[in-house]
Every structure is written in C-alpha cells, then in structure tokens.
Design a protein around this ligand. Sequence first.
Ligand SMILES: [Zn+2]
Length: 100
Amino acid sequence: MYPYKEMELVVLFLTDMQELDNAEIVEITMVSGKKFQKLQGYTYGSTVRLKSSMRYRCTQGCGVYLYKSFDGHLMDPVPVHNHPPPRLYLTSSGHYMALR
Ligand SMILES: [Zn+2]
C-alpha cells in the first residue's frame, strides 16, 4: 500500500518546484477582469505591442518594464524593482487580487 503521507509530500514538492522555477511568465486575470503578466511575484500590465515583443509595465508604477516574446518567453533581464512584490491572493473563481 502506498503511504498517503508520502503522496502528499510529492504533491507539495512539485508545487514548490513550480514556484521556484518561475522564470516563466504567467498571464493572470485579476478580479477586476484585467489581465496581468506575473513573473517572480511581480505583476505587469499596460500592454504595448512592439515590433518583436510585447512590453508590460510594472503595475506598481516603479517604471520597470518586462519584455516578452510573442511565444511567451522573457526577452531581456528585468531590472530590480525598488519595492517588494504585491501580495497576491488567488480567489476560488481563479482570479487574482492584489492587496497593498
Ligand atoms: Zn515594480
């Protein structure tokens, strides 16, 4: 019989790995209906389509931009923000809320 406890641990481990390996940009939908890009806890909006990438601005107004290729990859290193990431909450409907 497979020990139930161990299965739980495996699930947690996989979740943690996904969180740590989050050099991947994820599109999230806020409770307001706005779509943001999320990378390493920071959120980006104000979408601008450029010639070879999409540009998003930090939603907390620090002036940091995120450049994403059309196939969803990070194009350039993101500068360091001068503030901590927003406190994001996932609601049961699958939307995100940011608390300041
Ligand atoms: Zn910022």
